[in-house]
Write a protein that binds this ligand. Structure first.
Ligand SMILES: Cc1cc2nc3c(=O)[nH]c(=O)nc-3n(C[C@H](O)[C@H](O)[C@H](O)COP(=O)(O)OP(=O)(O)OC[C@H]3O[C@@H](n4cnc5c(N)ncnc54)[C@H](O)[C@@H]3O)c2cc1C
Length: 506
């Protein structure tokens, strides 16, 4: 992973001239002028505090830098600042659950479990809490596939396994996890569970919390193995405490996940609605008539236009729009792994969706893991580019969407995805001109505006990115003080010295 941005250092994605012109029309000239490769000057790290750990450990600055932040806009601004920044004091490389237990026996070093480091909410920020030093705990040494049970259709794997390796192993048995977050190539099983992540196909295959059958974790107070059977009535489910725990209770070491048969065929369909509102209604009707597309992604008018500027307007769309005299409206992308395409078509037709065939869906699938690379190029040009997401019942989606469209300045694009019978998630991308040298202050003001709006309009602080440091100050608004105090009491029991990921979640 690049230290300054997303993904492989060998891949750079440049914005098309058409897209750049569009940004210039909407926002004025790019703050840093024309696109050219920027000088990459790594920041200096403050001197490391000495630590001695019972497993292989790296202390050099190049390694420390890689583990000193996640991949949020704020992380990237800090890493690209060229100044002097805080970093982890060392990186530990455990190879087994026993190594982790030995690391957790220390009581004066803060430990940050580090999967792929793709957190976008400050989940792996190098915070010491009240301790002398902070160490990132690289999970990649625990990357083994333990068992694929084709009878139960489940896989047991260690938590440090990365998405592609896990999916490839189960595919060889004709099965799939169906869990494809956009960060799939660089994120891990443990990270997915610790953040309650949702893949792009969650509408059919479920979020990670629905896929997890059992979890094992090592906490400073001891080991927990939670959930061994498909379902149980033995009181409150401890597994649920570990799912979404963001490394603050302990380290997830292993999990068993439910699998699905690979579908015989996938059918992509896409439609253009006159408005986002009509598209939302079509999605609601589909979900409430028990249709479960693998992919359901409805872009609002702004995101539809942006995606046409980035990738070109599909030919069928050009013809359909010329023929009907309509404006582009809202683009709905659907993928069906079952035989539901015809039933969906009848819902869509009633709400005036124009069919665009299967090619937009096939292009989306081809490029779906490349889009995050574009963010680096836009930051190079001096744009603030960030995303935020929430979820709400269908009855509150429209007012929440309208309020959030107005909350930040700049281009505010949205899509609805991860849909349920009772509601859906809204995912926003914001592009604005950054104020050079004041990017962090600008971002904090933006974050406060959008998060206050989410809270006021009854959305959740996060549908799948988690809490980390960025959403922490609003958590009591959503959960209530008693629930938070309960979670803090549990943390006190499992992590009495507060060494686990200080400053995150609670
Ligand atoms: C470009 C991009 C696209 C993204 N797309 C999606 C998406 O589609 N869906 C989605 O849900 N998220 C998405 N994310 C967010 C992020 O990828 C997810 O939160 C992911 O689950 C993090 O996994 P990771 O292995 O990188 O975890 P990390 O970033 O390393 O860690 C995340 C949190 O989990 C904790 N943690 C990690 N491993 C363990 C463990 N073994 N035990 C205990 N705690 C642990 C960390 O301490 C931290 O608090 C995206 C992020 C980026 C940058």
């Amino acid at each position: 992973m690049k230290w300054w941005g997303w993904g492989s250092p060998d891949i750079e994605v440049s914005p098309s001239p058409r897209f750049l012109r569009h940004l210039e029309e909407k926002l004025g000239p790019a703050p840093m002028g024309s696109p050219r490769p920027p000088v990459r000057q790594p920041p200096r790290l403050r001197p490391a505090r000495p630590v001695s750990l019972p497993c292989p450990t790296a202390h050099d600055d190049a390694t420390r830098l890689i583990y000193s932040g996640g991949r949020s806009y704020l992380d990237l601004i800090r890493l690209r600042s060229g100044g002097t920044i805080d970093g982890v004091d060392a990186v530990a490389f455990p190879d087994s659950a026993a190594d982790i237990a030995a690391l957790l026996a220390s009581d004066n070093v803060a430990l940050v479990p580090f999967g792929g480091g793709t957190s976008v909410v400050g989940g792996v920020s190098p915070l010491r809490g009240r301790h002398d030093a902070v160490v990132a705990l690289d999970m990649s040494g625990l990357g083994r596939i333990v068992e694929i049970d084709t009878t139960a259709m489940s896989v047991t794997a260690e938590a440090g396994v990365f998405g592609p390796r896990l999916e490839t192993a189960v595919r060889q048995q004709g099965l799939t996890l169906g869990h494809f977050p956009q960060s799939f190539e660089y994120s891990t099983l443990g990270g997915w569970i610790a953040t309650r992540s949702a893949g792009q196909e969650s509408t059919r295959y479920g979020r990670i919390d629905e896929l997890v059958a059992s979890v094992s974790a090592i906490t400073p107070a001891g080991r927990i193995d939670a959930g061994r059977v498909p379902a149980s009535a033995t009181g409150p489910e401890i597994r649920e405490l570990l799912v979404g725990s963001e490394g603050v209770f302990g380290v997830i070491t292993e999990a068993t996940l439910r699998l699905h048969p690979i579908a015989a065929a996938r059918r992509y369909r896409s439609y253009l609605f006159p408005s986002f509102t009509q598209g939302i209604e079509a999605c609601r009707q589909m979900l409430q008539s028990s249709l479960r597309p693998a992919v359901l992604r409805l872009s609002d008018e702004t995101e539809t236009q942006l995606s046409f500027e980035i990738a070109g307007t599909p030919q069928l769309a050009q013809r359909a729009l010329r023929f009907t005299g309509r404006r582009p409206g809202a683009h709905l992308l659907l993928a069906f792994d079952g035989s539901e395409a015809a039933a969906a078509r009848s819902v869509v037709r009633k709400l005036h969706g124009l069919p665009l065939g299967s090619s937009p869906g096939r292009h989306w699938e081809r490029d779906r893991f490349r889009h995050p690379y574009l963010r680096d190029a836009l930051i190079d040009l001096g744009y603030l580019i960030d995303t935020f997401e929430t979820a709400a019942p269908w009855s509150r989606i429209q007012p929440l969407y309208e309020a959030l469209k107005k909350a930040p300045s700049g281009i505010v694009a949205c899509h609805l995805s991860h849909a349920y019978s009772d509601g859906a998630s809204l995912y926003f991308t914001v592009i604005d001109k950054a104020r050079p040298g004041e990017e962090a202050e600008q971002w904090h003001a933006f974050k406060a505006r959008v998060t206050d709006t989410i809270v006021t309009h009854g959305g959740t602080l996060s549908h799948h990115h988690a809490i980390g440091t960025d959403h922490k100050r609003w958590l009591a608004d959503e959960r209530g003080e008693l629930a938070l105090s309960l979670l803090r009491t549990i943390k006190g029991e499992l992590d009495p010295h507060g060494i686990m990921n200080p400053g995150k979640l609670l």
